[in-house]
Ligand binder design. Structure first.
Ligand SMILES: Nc1ncnc2c1ncn2[C@@H]1O[C@H](COP(=O)(O)OP(=O)(O)OP(=O)(O)O)[C@@H](O)[C@H]1O
Ligand SMILES: [Mg+2]
Length: 234
């Protein structure tokens, strides 16, 4: 479904992504782990069309997207929930969700879709008119995820959705990733919390200093001695 090849991404002279390749099959949950500054967010932002790659190709459902504008990438079925679960703080929960469905394809089915979103996120349905800025951290993350689902993506990319949340809320986020998997979504998840992420993932990539250092099925990740000590604390 997604095929990234030979990817190089620079910020000025600084190379943040160095020859990265990544593949996702339809319906898979794939995680990217790695330390701070490894280039994880850069990778997601590049796939989302927010950064231009200097080299390499990104294809989605057989179509090249590496030169597409970000809004066009969204229309083509990819949605990114950025780090920190950004929402529009002065808008209500409902209006935040409406913003998520502004693209043409999504707008047609927005009403019907909104109902489904509120079934998936009962906590939001009780807070439709509340200002997003007054939601708790966990609720805000849920809203950020829900808003990105409003564009009716086929691939959803989540950038550290559990960061800064209380343990119970972190569990909710991972529960939700599992729900999305059951709903048939394809998920690309960036996580520092490698232990939990590996439990919900089919396949995993490890990035360090912009380079791919290991990839494999989640079970194989658990077995790698370096990953065990460096990332899993076992
Ligand atoms: N706008 C920018 N301009 C210049 N350098 C940047 C910019 N954004 C990120 N970088 C650098 O690129 C590298 C990768 O950053 P990135 O945000 O992708 O890392 P990350 O793996 O997501 O880290 P974290 O786990 O801390 O979120 C870092 O060294 C960072 O300082
Ligand atoms: Mg990041």
């Amino acid at each position: 479904m997604l095929n990234v090849q030979d990817l190089d991404v620079f910020y000025g002279e600084f190379q943040a992504i160095d020859n990265v390749a990544l593949k996702i099959e339809k319906g898979q949950t794939v995680i990217v782990v790695g330390p701070n500054g490894a280039g994880k967010s850069t990778l997601l932002r590049t796939i989302a069309g927010l950064l231009p790659p200097r080299r390499g190709t990104i294809s989605f459902e057989g179509q090249r997207i590496d030169r597409m504008e970000a809004y066009h990438v969204v229309e083509n079925g990819i949605s990114l929930v950025p780090e920190g679960g950004r929402v529009f703080p002065h808008l209500s929960v409902l209006d935040n969700l409406k913003v998520g469905s502004y693209n043409k394809a999504a707008r047609a089915k927005a009403q019907q879709w909104m109902k489904r979103i509120f079934e998936l996120f009962p906590v939001l349905s009780n807070r439709k008119t509340q200002r997003a800025g007054s939601l708790s951290g966990g609720e805000r993350q849920m809203l950020a995820i829900a808003r990105s689902l409003m564009s009716q993506p086929r691939l959803i990319m989540l950038d550290e959705p559990s960061l800064g949340l209380a343990p119970l809320v972190v569990d909710m986020v991972f529960e939700f990733v599992l729900t999305m998997k059951q709903e048939g979504y394809t998920v690309l998840l960036v996580e520092q919390n490698a232990n939990k992420a590996l439990k919900v993932a089919d396949y995993a990539y490890l990035i360090e200093s912009g380079k791919l250092v290991f990839e494999g099925r989640s079970e194989d990740f658990d077995k790698n001695p370096y990953i065990k000590t460096a990332y899993l604390g076992i």
